[in-house]
Design a protein around this ligand. Structure first.
Ligand code: FE2
Length: 291
């Protein structure tokens, strides 16, 4: 049974949420869902055609103990940190940031000719690596390989492997796969997922359905969590489907969560807050930038 095609076990329509300094977004899952998505902590889908929904942005805030993965589909997000790093995450770009022991940064969506659209995923760090050195990985759209199948499917590989193509984000502790998949109408897609790994899909556009027990269509904006098993199999509906497919190795460690800081024990959170107040939060003089 362990290698049977996975079924959908839970569905998350996304909850309208006001985040940062007043950004309207939809939160697919977060601290209420721990440990269902282990090693993933949070998925936000941001975006709007109305700049008033996002221009307030995410001004200066700290992170510790996690990786934040920002994937911009349309528009642009400027970022900077207290140590002098800055840049732009544009359409098709990914920023994979390891906050490690601590970083204070801001993420500010900009007004452009197109609507804003994108995702932020939080990936947990193992206990042993929560106080590691911070690091940025900035991937331009051109850095992300696209695998095109004869059937019409297009798969952008951010992390993990699709077919024989490996994504550029490597060496992440929880061995994640992060795919952006476009299927033509009625097309069937299958992706192997190691047994014991957590896997979910988020429908960006169009609709589709998964093999297994629960074959109700997956609606645009919906996140579906798959149960135990092997591969994931999805079939696009009659208008095609674009979705994120994300998997990773669960950590099975305790989670202590305070806003943008996720550690293992309440004492570690108390320590983080104390250090924020005293100015001792940022440990590393300068995070590594891997462009
Ligand atoms: Fe952040």
């Amino acid at each position: 049974m362990t290698n049977s095609v996975r079924s959908i076990v839970r569905r998350f329509p996304g909850v309208p949420t006001l985040e940062g300094a007043g950004v309207r977004l939809r939160r697919s899952f977060s601290n209420n869902e721990v440990p269902l998505f282990d090693p993933f902590l949070l998925l936000d889908r941001f975006g709007s055609a109305d700049p008033a929904d996002y221009l307030a942005g995410f001004p200066w805030h700290p992170h510790r103990g996690i990786e934040t993965v920002t994937y911009v589909l349309e528009g642009r997000v400027e970022h900077g940190d207290t140590l002098g790093n800055s840049g732009v995450i544009g359409a098709g770009d990914v920023q994979w940031m390891n906050s490690g022991s601590g970083i204070i940064h801001q993420e500010m969506p900009q007004r452009t000719e197109s609507p804003l659209s994108g995702f932020q995923l939080w990936v947990n760090l193992p206990a042993a690596e929560k106080m590691s050195s911070p690091a940025y990985r900035g991937l331009g759209a051109a850095d992300l390989p696209v695998v095109r199948a004869d059937t019409g499917a297009e798969v952008r590989v951010v992390a993990g492997v699709h077919g024989s193509v490996e994504g550029p984000v490597r060496g992440i502790p929880v061995d994640p796969s992060y795919l952006d998949v476009r299927l033509t109408p009625e097309e069937l897609f299958e992706s192997p997922v190691p047994s014991g790994y957590t896997v979910f899909a988020h429908a960006i556009d169009g609709a589709g359905s998964a093999d297994g027990d629960d074959i109700r269509p997956i609606a645009p904006g919906e996140t579906v969590l798959f149960g135990a098993g092997g591969p994931v199999r999805l079939r696009a509906g009659d208008r095609g489907m674009r979705f994120l497919l994300v998997s990773g190795r669960p950590l099975h460690e305790p989670v202590a969560w305070y806003g943008p800081i996720v550690m293992n024990t309440p004492a570690q959170l108390t320590e983080a807050v104390r250090e924020l107040r005293s100015g001792a939060f940022v440990k590393d003089p300068r995070p590594v930038v891997e462009e």
